[in-house]
Write a protein that binds this ligand. Structure first.
Ligand SMILES: Cc1cc2nc3c(=O)[nH]c(=O)nc-3n(C[C@H](O)[C@H](O)[C@H](O)COP(=O)(O)OP(=O)(O)OC[C@H]3O[C@@H](n4cnc5c(N)ncnc54)[C@H](O)[C@@H]3O)c2cc1C
Length: 394
C-alpha cells in the first residue's frame, strides 16, 4: 500500500497475509463474488522461510482451482515417486496418476504464492503489499468490524469488513489482537537447515531417516533441488545454529553417506537457511467478525511437510463458511478442520520427537499415510471444480 492506493471504505472480507493460506482463501471468496481486500506487509513474489513439498491433497486442490497450468508454466517439475530411506533400506513408492493428477510437485514459495495471488486478483480480489495490520476496529457490541493498517511511511488507514481473516502466519497479529488461544499444543519441535543445489538428479522426493536425524530431497523450479537436514530443536540450538554449513553437512552424513556425497558433488545456489523449531498448536480459529487460516490457526512441525497442504485445505473450508455467513458455518469450519487435522498433528508430533528407532518410525509413516489417504478421500467430493483441462502436472 502507499498513500495513493485507493481502497474502499468497506469490504465483505479483509484477508491479512497473501501467501498460500491467504491468497487461496481470497481467490475462492472472490470467485464467489465477494468483495475481498488482501493486505500483506511483505512484497509481491517474495520468498519465505519454508521448504515446499506438496502432498496429494494440495495438488488435488490446485488442480480443482485451475492453477496447476501456471505452476507448470513456471517450470515446476512433476514428482513421480517418493522414496523412504530407513538407514540402508530404500522403499520407493511410485506416485500413481489418479483423478487427473499425474504426480506431485513442489513449487518454490515465490512461485506458488505469486500464482495464487495472481489468480485471486484475476478473480477480483484487491491485493495490497507493504501494508501491515496493526489493529482491529470493533462495533458497539465488540464484534470485529474492520482493520487498521499501516503503510511503509507509517500512514494509518481504517477499513471496514464483514469479516477479517488472519492468514498472517505463525506469529499472527490478528490472533494476538483478538486473543485467539491455542487449545492443543505439540510436545516436540525440530530444527531444520535447508538450501538449493544444482547438478543433483531429479528422481522425485527422497526422505531419509536414522535415529536422531532426518533429511529430504525435493526437486523444484529452475532445475534446482531443495535439500534439508532436520534434527531435534535442542541440537539445532546447542550445535547446528553456530555453524549451519558444517551442521548441515554433518547431519546429512549421519543420515546417509550416499546423500552427503551427492550433495557435495552438486553446486549450492545461495545461502543455507535455518529454522530453530516451533512446537505445533491448534488455535481457536474464529470468533465474532474474525477467522484464522493457515499457520495462524494451526501449525505443525515441518518434518512431515504438510503445512501448505493444510493451508490450502483449510482455505477451502473457511471460504465455504464465510460464504455461508453464519456462526454455525464457522463452527463447522473448526470442527471439520480439527477432525481432519488431529490425526496428522499427533503422528507428526511423534515423528518430530526423534524418540524412535527405525521400525517405530516406519510404523508412524504407515499411520501418516493412512491419514493422508483419508484427507484426499474426504476432499474428493468437495465442490468448486472449475472446468479445467488436465495439465501435465494434473
Ligand atoms: C523450515 C520449514 C520448512 C517447511 N517445509 C514445508 C514443506 O516442505 N511442505 C509444506 O507443505 N509445508 C512446509 N512448511 C510449512 C509451511 O511453510 C507453512 O505451513 C505455510 O507457510 C503456511 O502458510 P500461511 O499462508 O499460513 O503463512 P505464511 O506463509 O507465514 O504467510 C503469512 C503472510 O502474512 C504476512 N503477515 C504477517 N503478519 C502480518 C501483518 N501484521 N500485517 C500484514 N501481513 C502480515 C506475512 O508477510 C506473510 O506473507 C515448512 C515450514 C518451515 C518453517
Amino acid at each position: 500500500m502507499d498513500a495513493h492506493t485507493p481502497l474502499r471504505s468497506r469490504y465483505d472480507v479483509i484477508v491479512v497475509g497473501a501467501r498460500c493460506a491467504g491468497a487461496a482463501t481470497a481467490l475462492l471468496l472472490a470467485r464467489d463474488g465477494l468483495r475481498v481486500l488482501v493486505v500483506d506487509r511483505s512484497r509481491y513474489g517474495a520468498d519465505t522461510l519454508s521448504t515446499h513439498a506438496l502432498m496429494r491433497g494440495a495438488v488435488v486442490q490446485l488442480h480443482r482451482w485451475g492453477v496447476l497450468d501456471a505452476l507448470e508454466a513456471a517450470g515446476t517439475p512433476v514428482v513421480r515417486a517418493t522414496s523412504f530411506h530407513y538407514a540402508d533400506e530404500v522403499i520407493r513408492i511410485p506416485i500413481k496418476a489418479r483423478g487427473g493428477i499425474e504426480g506431485l510437485c513442489a513449487p518454490r514459495r515465490n512461485v506458488l504464492d505469486r500464482v495464487l495471488v495472481d489468480e485471486a486478483r484475476e478473480a477480483g480480489a484487491e491485493v495490497v503489499y507493504g501494508a501491515r495490520l496493526v489493529n482491529v476496529v470493533r462495533s458497539g457490541d465488540r464484534r470485529v468490524d474492520g482493520v487498521v493498517i499501516e503503510d511503509g511511511q507509517g500512514h494509518l488507514k481504517t477499513v471496514g469488513a464483514g469479516i477479517v481473516v488472519g492468514a498472517d502466519g505463525l506469529r499472527s497479529t490478528l490472533a494476538e489482537l483478538v486473543g485467539a488461544e491455542p487449545y492443543r499444543t505439540a510436545r516436540h519441535a525440530t530444527g531444520n537447515v535447508f538450501g538449493y543445489f544444482s547438478g543433483l538428479a531429479d528422481d522425485g522426493y527422497h526422505w531419509y531417516y536414522r535415529p536422531g536425524v532426518s533429511a529430504g530431497v525435493i526437486p523444484t523450479n529452475d532445475g534446482l533441488t531443495c535439500v534439508f537436514a532436520s534434527m531435534p530443536d535442542r541440537r539445532f540450538r546447542d550445535e547446528i545454529r553456530h555453524d549451519a554449513g558444517a551442521g548441515f553437512d554433518r547431519v546429512l552424513s549421519e543420515c546417509s553417506a550416499e546423500l552427503a556425497r551427492a550433495v557435495a558433488g552438486g553446486q549450492r545456489e545461495g545461502n543455507l537457511r535455518g529454522f530453530p523449531g516451533q512446537a505445533g498448536f491448534l488455535r481457536q480459529p474464529w470468533g465474532r467478525g474474525w477467522a484464522l487460516v493457515g499457520d495462524a490457526a494451526y501449525f505443525k512441525d515441518p518434518l512431515t511437510a504438510h503445512g501448505i497442504t493444510d493451508a490450502l485445505r483449510d482455505a477451502e473450508l473457511l471460504a465455504r463458511a464465510v460464504v455461508e455467513g453464519s456462526e454455525a458455518g464457522l463452527a463447522c469450519y473448526q470442527e471439520t478442520r480439527d477432525a481432519m487435522a488431529l490425526g496428522l498433528f499427533e503422528v507428526t508430533d511423534e515423528i518430530a520427537s526423534f524418540e524412535w528407532d527405525l521400525p517405530a518410525v516406519k510404523e508412524m509413516h504407515l499411520r501418516l499415510s493412512e491419514e493422508l489417504k483419508g484427507e484426499v478421500a474426504a476432499m474428493a467430493d468437495w465442490r468448486r471444480a472449475p472446468e479445467v483441462p488436465a495439465s501435465r502436472i494434473a
